[in-house]
Design a protein around this ligand. Structure first.
Ligand SMILES: Nc1ncnc2c1ncn2[C@@H]1O[C@H](COP(=O)(O)OP(=O)(O)OP(=O)(O)O)[C@@H](O)[C@H]1O
Length: 296
């Protein structure tokens, strides 16, 4: 092979790879164009206060999440991040204040109801079906979108068949998208820890959420795994998703988010670009003396 044909050969390979990656990305987010008005407010919290008995976990917190952004929610331990997330997803009804999703007030929702609203999440402590394969875990995640009835499934109607095949195809695309397709047939409990975390993300994406919430996705990761995770989060955003990231690792938060909201003792103390947050005196004071790896 001379030099020219060798270049063409490699270009052809690259083209095929890029085309395949584009097909996978398309399968992972087939309906993005419907709701992708980039930059408009997707979810808005206005003066949200949450009290548990005498404790004020959130104190008049207001901020918005814009379509297509990666928003970081950080703050020292006990700052109210999880409570904020629970208020945002309808798990808690705020004591006062309002949460609007696409301009509509959010009522109290069950877990299933939250998925139907278009909010998906991963958990600090991994919650997978250990005895199911990686592929089955994602298919189950996608089930929330299925349109056939239980009766349709029992009677094995053609539409159900078709949906089932589509769900499997899309689940495979999701596993490939997050980089774990090689272990699709393995039981979730037998996967390495990093794969389990990625599987959680694939499962959350299976519902094709308007908002994907990642709760400390880098917990327990080494620096190389964190770098790969950052690439994956960017890829998810590039595919048209909106991401809320609650994360302890400051380097990761600074490296991957578009904007950051900082909570301390239930109050929002800062909101802005990563570079602004890094220089913000109130944020520095909140984190003073806390090593980088322990913050958020
Ligand atoms: N269901 C609840 N009942 C009573 N108090 C609660 C409840 N949920 C949270 N809290 C309290 O609210 C405060 C904020 O907790 P939250 O878990 O939201 O903080 P966090 O920023 O997520 O912390 P961490 O980083 O440790 O996960 C804490 O003082 C916590 O004890």
């Amino acid at each position: 092979m001379n030099e020219d044909t060798e270049i063409l050969y490699h270009t052809g390979e690259l083209d095929a790879r890029l085309r395949h990656e584009a097909e996978v990305a398309e399968a992972v987010a087939p309906d993005r164009h419907i709701s992708a008005r980039f930059g408009e407010t997707l979810l808005q919290l206005t003066d949200v206060t949450m009290r548990f008995g005498g404790l004020t976990a959130l104190d008049r917190v207001s901020f918005g999440i814009r379509r297509g952004e990666i928003l970081g929610l950080i703050g020292p331990n006990g700052a109210g991040k999880t409570t904020c997330f629970n208020a945002m997803s309808g798990v808690y009804r705020p004591t006062s204040g309002q949460v609007l999703l696409e301009g509509k007030p959010l009522g109290k929702s069950s877990r299933h109801g939250i998925t139907q609203l278009g909010i998906a999440r991963t958990f600090q402590n991994i919650r997978l079906f250990g005895e199911m394969t990686a592929l089955e875990n994602v298919v189950v995640g996608a089930d929330a979108r299925a349109k056939t009835s239980v009766l349709g499934a029992l009677l094995r109607l053609p539409r159900h068949h078709r949906e089932e095949q589509e769900a499997v195809d899309r689940a495979m695309a999701l596993l490939e998208f997050v980089g774990i397709a090689d272990r699709a047939a393995d039981k979730a409990k037998n996967l390495p820890y990093g794969y389990q975390r990625r599987l959680e993300i694939a499962r959350a994406l299976a519902t094709e959420p308007k908002l994907l919430c990642l709760d400390e996705p880098a917990a327990g990761f080494n620096p190389a795994e964190k770098e790969e995770l950052m690439q994956l989060i960017r890829k998810i955003r590039a595919d048209g998703y909106t991401v809320l990231l609650i994360e302890h690792d400051m380097k990761l938060v600074m490296g991957v988010t578009d904007r950051i909201v900082v909570l301390e003792f239930g109050k929002k103390i800062a909101e802005g670009l990563p570079a602004e947050i890094r220089e913000n005196p109130a944020v520095i004071a909140a984190y003073l003396g806390v090593p980088d790896d322990d913050v958020a």
